[in-house]
Write a protein that binds this ligand. Structure first.
Ligand code: 4AD
Ligand code: MG
Length: 466
């Protein structure tokens, strides 16, 4: 009779000592001595390996020798209480079946390879301890996000990936077309004709689900999106991807104070979820990657986030410059804060997360609610230690005339956004929302330094391998 497979995560906590079980997985290490062989087996269900104790006289010597790091095995054996420290149980091997041997040129064989090296083998780095931990945590964070919104009465709302509008107005869109690029028909003025393209107009991959999210919120009350987002910005930084995942809640009748409360409560829930549900993986990362990781996560839960206007923030930065602080990018009222400025405020000045509000309107998108002063808008971003901007949000301009004023002033192409304006025309309501960059959250929670290492197969300029 074929035996049912036991996952390593379950075998390690089982107390069915004396019972035979079957585990399957990949060899992390194989140590031999005359009397006994130890094979550490991992199946991805946990950071921990199960130890297989092999009596070499019971297994073909050549076969046993060929089992090296990376090989894939099925093992039947008796679960016994472990004699060694560090694990409760181990397996006294009875039978080994080799699914796949792993030749010596296995790129993940050596320990301590750089992350840069491992990125070239993104298909195999998943099998290492670090990436296993990162992607298990990534899964748990997605679960936390869905649970948070579900528990708080938000509906999961699916917004389109192909769109004809540029929400952020930054023109960083990847075009979608079925046109033959080798034979492009042009009109008399030399412009490419799109009326015969698949959608009959120019379309792109979405940079944000917000505009459609607002349609959902002004009908269902509170929604959130959680989907892939694409930006063709040519920024080769450790914080930017060309394809990333964004979570965008949008809420009717929410004002700026409530928006800040929601941002803070949501992000704390996610961090707490990681501490409660990813203990083994976090402890591993804390030991191997960043010794202050867990303390930093716990710190975020204890602190009230600082709430600060952009204008106050600039004043603090200007004072720092006067006192000798050097920044690469100049500071003055009106500039878009660079990540070095954000991190100065969060890591040096306040030493806790900051919610920054009321930015100059010219550095923010057209849809943000304009303040009484006429020159600032109710942008409401969250700045985090190690990360900089983790959330970008705002109260939305719900007044039709004021919104149109901005649309005209900025020449926002509204031909394809008539439906957005209709929300302001028919029963307009105050509303607000934000976007959390999922990978930036994962960076914070894992302590990893480069955003390319928290998404399985990163997309960045000149890089779409795998
Ligand atoms: O600040 P952003 O551009 O805001 C929006 O897209 C709004 N429509 C959100 C909303 O109000 N519904 O982006 C939101 C967040 C940023 O704070 C950052 O965490 C992340 O998305 N982000 C990126 N993450 C990885 N790579 C990129 N290129 C990113 N661009 C933005
Ligand atoms: Mg932003």
């Amino acid at each position: 009779m074929k035996m049912k497979r036991t996952k390593v995560v379950d075998a390690l906590v089982s107390t069915d000592f004396g019972k035979d079980i079957n585990v399957k997985g990949w060899v992390r290490s194989h140590r031999s001595s005359k009397a006994v062989d130890f094979i550490a087996l991992n199946d991805g269900s946990t950071i921990k390996n199960i130890q297989i104790v092999v009596d070499p006289s019971l297994v073909d010597a050549d076969l046993l020798k060929s089992i090296t790091t990376g090989a894939c095995l099925s093992v039947v054996g008796t679960l016994v209480e472990s004699q060694g420290a560090g694990q409760a149980s181990e397996i006294q091997c009875k039978e080994i079946e080799v699914y796949g041997l792993c030749p010596g040129d296995y790129p993940m064989q050596k320990k301590g390879q750089s992350f840069e090296y491992m990125r070239k083998y993104a298909h195999l780095r998943l099998r290492t301890n670090t990436f296993g931990a990162v992607f298990r945590i990534r899964h748990h964070m997605a679960m936390a996000i869905h649970r948070y919104f579900h528990e708080h009465g938000f509906f999961y709302f699916h917004t389109p990936i192909i769109t004809a509008s540029d929400c952020e107005g930054a023109g960083e869109m990847f075009q979608v077309t079925t046109k033959n690029l080798y034979n492009l028909e042009k009109d008399e003025e030399g412009r490419i004709k799109y009326d015969d393209d698949f959608f009959g107009k120019t379309t792109s991959l979405t940079v944000s689900g917000q505009l459609e999210g607002e349609l959902g919120a002004t009908a269902l009350g509170a929604i959130y999106t959680f989907g892939p987002t694409f930006r063709a910005e040519n920024s080769n930084t450790p914080r930017h991807l060309a394809e990333f995942w964004m979570i965008e809640p949008e809420v009717a009748f929410l004002e700026q104070q409530g928006l800040m409360d929601l941002e803070e409560d949501f992000i704390k829930y996610c961090v707490k979820w990681a501490l409660d549900n990813c203990k083994d993986d976090l402890e591993f990362l804390n030991n191997m990657i960043d010794k202050s990781l867990i303390a930093r996560l716990e710190g975020v839960l204890k602190e009230d986030f600082v709430r600060l206007t952009y204008t106050e923030g600039i004043r603090i930065l200007e004072e720092a410059v006067k006192a000798g602080q050097k920044f690469e990018n100049p500071v003055s009222w009106g500039v878009d804060l660079a990540s070095e400025h954000e991190r100065y405020l969060v890591e040096h000045h306040f030493r806790k997360p900051v919610i920054m509000t009321d930015y100059p309107k010219d550095i923010k998108a057209f849809y943000m609610k304009i303040n009484e002063d006429g020159r600032t808008v109710q942008g409401t971003d969250v700045l985090f230690p190690q990360i900089g901007e983790i959330i970008g949000g705002s109260v939305r301009e719900e007044n039709y005339d004021k919104l149109m004023g901005e649309v005209e002033r900025r020449n926002v192409p509204m031909k394809d956004m008539w439906w957005y304006l209709d929300t302001r025309k028919y029963g307009t309501c105050p509303h607000a929302g934000f976007g959390l960059g999922f990978e930036r959250l994962i960076l914070f929670v894992t302590g990893m330094q480069n955003i390319r290492d928290v998404i399985p197969f990163p997309r960045t300029p000149k890089n779409a391998e795998f």
